[in-house]
Design a protein around this ligand. Structure first.
Ligand SMILES: *[C@@H]1O[C@H](CO)[C@@H](O)[C@H](O)[C@H]1NC(C)=O
Ligand SMILES: *[C@@H]1O[C@H](CO)[C@@H](O)[C@H](O)[C@H]1NC(C)=O
Ligand SMILES: *[C@@H]1O[C@H](CO)[C@@H](O)[C@H](O)[C@H]1NC(C)=O
Ligand SMILES: *[C@@H]1O[C@H](CO)[C@@H](O)[C@H](O)[C@H]1NC(C)=O
Length: 368
């Protein structure tokens, strides 16, 4: 049986004229099945081609050596044991194992039935930090918001995370919580990231885990909430918006499933004592929805216990039951009370956008 296989291999070589001047080392390997570890193969060599079953062979160059083996695992083991070997081609019918002293990428691999090509992982010296995992091509797959060649640093925001290629796969409307470190911050900040790379700093929707948004100054500065409903915190928002330029992206989702995504240019908190907001004009045509944030530009942040609004007679935050950049007072209140029905009661502390006759089912405030 073994003998026949060896002969078949020799026959194959002479047939396709690959013998060149090489001396083939014809090893008859008698590998006990317990040793035939798939783990060895999967950890040290990787198959060329995006398709894991791609049948292909390296271009017609002289191989380092060729042997006859029973399995691709035995073939891969020969390569692993040979420091000069960078890749193998294995013919699964003839049991031919060719070792090469160079590596191949998918473009070089020639479609050839019966052959599979495996390359040694370029693991030389690469160490992935912060829980990152070494990929077959020798690069790191970073986790948790880390980016860089060796996952050595945190992303500055969700957009950098997404563009780095280390962002996890997620559905269109999903979000994931990752660590981020804007330039000015000395510590990591947990942020909700949208699938589009937006950094979410406020999120509300009706769930069983309703969070009370009627809160005092320190909570609005530090941030609060759970993974469903949250406020990132003014200090963190100051770090982000002073480390990089951002637009403000709103998400307003009504009970009739209409969604609005107005975008305002140049969103920034200009100081870190009262967190005054600076906001440019909307980029979209707001004729349908109305521009109800324009009176917010230049306002300081207020809570019921820290009244910095632009009214000398009122405490807007107390009336509206929310922290916000109140003027005297506001045409929109994203931090107001939500509703199970969406029916507006025209009370001051409800969530509203002036001009919409319903209370949104969900809202988000995002940096992009
Ligand atoms: C939310 O918190 C405020 C301030 O502590 C409190 O007055 C109010 O009753 C709370 N609202 C709800 C719905 O629990
Ligand atoms: C949903 O409600 C909004 C606001 O009341 C309205 O402008 C829009 O036409 C409605 N859409 C549908 C599909 O009913
Ligand atoms: C507040 O802003 C000032 C001026 O930009 C800066 O020097 C200071 O470090 C900031 N403080 C905090 C706590 O971020
Ligand atoms: C604050 O209110 C005064 C008086 O109503 C007004 O003139 C001023 O423009 C307001 N400030 C801002 C930043 O809107």
């Amino acid at each position: 049986m073994t003998r026949q296989k060896t002969l078949a291999s020799l026959n194959f070589f002479s047939l396709v004229g690959l013998t060149h001047t090489l001396t083939y080392l014809l090893l008859v390997l008698n590998t006990p099945s317990t040793e035939a570890s798939a783990a060895l193969e999967s950890h040290l060599l990787t198959r060329v081609g995006a398709d894991p079953l791609r049948s292909c062979k390296p271009p017609d160059v002289t191989e380092r050596t060729g042997i006859s083996v029973k399995s691709v695992i035995a073939c891969s083991r020969q390569c692993v044991a040979d420091a000069g070997c960078q890749s193998v081609a294995f013919h699964d019918v003839d049991g031919v194992c060719l070792l090469y002293d160079q590596s191949w990428d998918e473009a070089q691999c020639v479609d050839t039935a019966g052959w599979q090509t495996w390359v040694k992982r370029r693991t030389d010296g690469v160490v992935c930090e912060n829980g990152g995992q070494l990929k077959p091509d020798g690069s790191c797959q970073c986790l948790s918001g880390y980016v860089g060649d060796t996952c050595q640093r945190l992303m500055e925001d969700c957009l950098e995370g997404k563009e780095s290629g280390h962002y996890p796969d997620m559905g269109r409307n999903d979000q994931i919580f990752l660590l981020s470190k804007p330039r000015l911050s000395s510590r990591a900040i947990t942020v909700g990231c949208s699938s589009d790379g937006e950094t979410i700093f406020q999120q509300r929707y009706q769930t069983s885990r309703v969070v009370n948004f009627t809160r005092g100054w320190q909570d609005y500065v530090d941030g609060f909430g759970n993974d469903k409903q949250y406020w990132m915190g003014l200090q963190n928002l100051w770090y982000f918006t002073n480390s990089k330029s951002y637009d403000l992206l709103l998400y307003i989702h009504l009970y009739n499933d209409t969604r609005y995504n107005p975008r305002y240019t140049g969103f920034r908190l200009t100081e870190n004592a009262t967190y005054t907001v600076s906001l440019g004009p909307p980029t979209d045509d707001m004729s349908a929805l109305g521009d109800h944030l324009k009176d917010m530009n230049g306002q300081r942040f207020s809570t019921y216990d820290n009244d910095n609004d632009n009214s000398t007679t009122r405490n807007c935050a107390m009336e509206y039951g929310a922290g916000w950049w109140f003027n005297a007072c506001a045409e929109a209140n994203f931090n107001g009370q939500m509703s199970d029905t969406g029916v507006r009661e025209n009370v001051l502390d409800e969530m509203f956008w002036e001009g919409l006759n319903t209370i949104p089912k969900a809202v988000r405030l995002k940096l992009i």
